[in-house]
Design a protein around this ligand. Structure first.
Ligand code: AMP
Length: 267
């Protein structure tokens, strides 16, 4: 497994891989972008990429431009040794871990990709600039890795939708593959941030998914969550086209202790 630390490492690796032949054509590259502190949710993306492509690249980069809260950035968990073990065990071919922020932002974030509608709703309304940061870093990573397919979790459904829309809008030559949310047996969506929950919070956290699934009335669901000890940022039902069909989905974000949790469910 190759560790790539710089932009030139990435370019070199990518150029070398292009020379390899797969069934007399160019090899396929699957790309899994992450912020590290990997768990089984991330692993499911890696496994799907491995099945569908000749090569799989993982990136681990805690992208500062998508954090509007400095404490959240400072406290973001990091388990790099364990992450590399998981990547190796799953047959990842290369891991891009930029050695500095400047590697990805030589322009100091002077240029950005922004979207003016959906990115301002839900998480975007509560985390100003968040999706500008996400879309910009993902665009940079796509340009560097030049993947055939990139894998994103439905856990971050708004992000997934915006990335699909960006790929369509800029005619980017790759396929976005949506991967189902991996949950604990309790129903709690796996997340790197869950490691920051106390034992008591961890026991309560599964109620988030349970409540958004079970209580149809939005206001009642918000009240129930707030009464239980969550601080609900938003709970909204929205319809979007997914694979050309309208789908109604309920989106939620709520803070428990110091940790902001998000989830969504098709309704
Ligand atoms: P993150 O490291 O949190 O930025 O996540 C990297 C990728 O993993 C994103 O596409 C996430 O949507 C995806 N992901 C995170 N948690 C889960 C999960 N529980 N199930 C499926 N995908 C996930």
């Amino acid at each position: 497994m190759k560790i790539l630390r710089t932009i030139s490492d990435c370019k070199q690796w990518r150029a070398q891989v292009s020379l390899e032949k797969s069934n007399h054509s160019s090899p396929t590259i699957g790309f899994v972008p992450t912020m590290g502190a990997l768990h089984i949710g991330h692993e499911s993306l890696i496994k799907t990429s491995r099945k569908e492509n000749d090569f799989t690249v993982l990136s681990i980069f805690v992208n500062p431009t998508q954090f509007n809260n400095p404490d959240d950035l400072k406290n973001y968990p990091s388990t790099i040794e364990k992450d590399l073990e998981m990547a190796e065990k799953n047959g990842v071919n290369a891991v891009f871990i930029p050695e500095s922020i400047d590697q990805l932002y030589p322009d100091q974030y002077r240029f950005k990709v922004s979207e003016s509608e959906f990115s301002r709703e839900l998480c975007g309304a509560h985390r100003p600039g968040h999706f500008d940061g996400v879309l910009t870093v993902v665009m940079k990573l796509f340009n560097l890795i030049n993947p055939t397919r990139a894998y994103f979790g439905e856990k971050d459904h708004q992000q997934l939708t915006l990335i699909k829309d960006m790929v369509n809008s800029f005619f980017l030559p790759l396929e976005i593959v949506a991967c189902p949310t991996v949950r604990e047996t309790s129903g709690l969506a796996m997340s790197s941030r869950n490691t920051r929950l106390s034992t008591a919070e961890l026991a309560l956290a599964p109620k988030l998914f349970e409540t958004i699934k079970q209580i149809k009335n939005k206001e009642q669901a918000i009240k129930k969550l707030n009464d239980m000890g969550f601080l609900v940022d938003y709970l909204e039902d929205q319809t979007h086209f997914e694979n050309d069909r309208p789908k109604m989905r309920r989106y939620v974000a709520a803070t428990l202790g110091k940790v902001r949790l998000i989830d969504n469910v098709e309704i």
